[in-house]
Design a protein around this ligand. Structure first.
Ligand code: SF4
Length: 379
């Protein structure tokens, strides 16, 4: 189901991910991610099928524990989908799960947490050896919200930090003779996404790129943000695979794939939308697309509610970030004026990097609105 590429393409090298090949003149692949708990095998399989029926070429699932690995083994028996696993801190799980997936995604910023005494280069070697032994591709997934802490000290700003980190990991992987990898450099700001992918593509034109605007949020803004970035990049041949990240209820997750395909088709047909310039001006509500790590099923409703109650502040320059879990929530909300990240029973409320407190789900919205009012009045 990959879309033929008639838009200009760059001579990136080809990378096979199971039955799909990306890079060079290959069609642009569309990816998505399951938002279900991986241990809920039935629900996860249902979501995999939903995404497949929408035309997903590669489907990501999150694995954080041995229980998730056991679930993955069962899921693998029931589906032929090209699966990519999203590794978090526990990189050693890669060895157990690699026989069941076609690609391993790791985030350089997350390799510092477990086994701090083991050099990052050794951890990368472990991942590369595991991928090579199991016929897997790799994605080096750099994310502005969880950047490598060492690199932060070396670089002037998040964009430079992300670039440094990506270059370092490309070198680490290639020194080991491994070339079957792709890179992503995601930010929640589409303008930063355009800027960094252009820079990286210029510096490493041969490396295939996975495009994405992280935490793009709800519709319609989430689609608009992805479109702003993808249109500008795909039109100049940058991008070999894409994922549109949207905050959606489980049974609507296929929209990520359908919208991704639509954007590619539009660019191919020369249909460009004029995009609103709201990005650095008015209210910007960002929210993660949720995944199996989400700590409370009320997350999607909470994100929708935040958007609804803040509509009256459309013209105020204010960023509110809503995240589903403790894995990425604390870091990814640091840059927002107001951050909310979900725990099992409480929602943590932040002002930039400072924690305000933890509030029950039914109390956090009025508390957040107090902060919104205060910020708006101060400005
Ligand atoms: S913030 Fe947590 S729940 Fe949301 S997508 Fe990221 S890992 Fe998943």
């Amino acid at each position: 189901m990959q879309l033929n590429r008639s838009i200009s393409s760059r001579p990136t090298r080809n990378v096979r991910i199971g039955s799909v090949e990306i890079g060079g003149t290959q069609p642009i692949a569309v990816q998505s991610m399951c938002a279900t708990r991986t241990t809920d095998i039935e629900l996860t399989l249902r979501q995999i099928r939903l995404l497949e029926s929408a035309g997903a070429d590669v489907i990501r699932i999150a694995i954080d524990s041995k229980k998730d690995v056991e679930a993955l083994k069962q899921i693998r028996k029931e589906t032929e989908a090209n699966l990519v696993v999203d590794l978090q801190e526990n990189y050693r799980l890669a060895e157990q799960l690699a026989p069941y997936v076609q690609k391993i995604r790791y985030n350089p910023g997350h390799l510092h947490h477990h086994q701090r005494n083991v050099p990052v280069a050794d951890k990368v070697k472990f991942l590369v050896d595991t991928a090579a032994a199991n016929d897997c591709a790799i994605r080096i997934g750099v994310n502005f919200g969880s950047l490598d802490p060492d690199k932060r000290e070396e670089a002037a700003d998040p964009l430079e930090t992300a670039l440094l980190s990506a270059h370092e990991h490309c070198e680490l992987v290639e020194k080991l003779g491994f070339q079957r990898y792709v890179v992503s450099l995601k930010s929640s700001n589409p303008l930063s996404v355009v800027q960094i992918y252009k820079r990286f593509a210029e510096e490493r034109p041969e490396i295939p790129l996975h495009l994405g605007v992280t935490e793009a949020g709800m519709l319609p803004d989430g689609e608009i943000k992805s479109r702003i970035a993808f249109e500008q990049l795909l039109a100049i041949g940058i991008g070999d695979t894409v994922r549109v990240s949207l905050t959606l209820p489980d049974d609507e997750k296929d929209k990520e794939v359908l919208i991704g395909r639509k954007i590619i088709e539009d660019v191919k047909a020369g249909r460009f939308r004029s995009v609103p310039e709201f990005l650095d001006r008015g209210l910007n509500v960002i929210s993660c697309p949720s995944c199996s790590r989400v700590e409370n099923g009320a997350f999607v409703k909470l994100a929708q509610e935040v958007k609804r109650v803040t509509e009256q502040y459309q013209d105020k320059k204010l960023t509110i970030a809503v995240m589903g879990c403790r894995v990425n929530g604390p870091g990814e909300t640091d840059e927002a004026d107001i951050g909310l990240w979900c725990g099992p029973n409480f929602v943590n409320l932040k002002l930039g990097p400072e924690k305000v407190g933890a509030f029950p789900y039914d109390e956090v919205i009025p508390r957040m609105l107090e902060e919104v009012e205060r910020i708006v009045a101060d400005r």
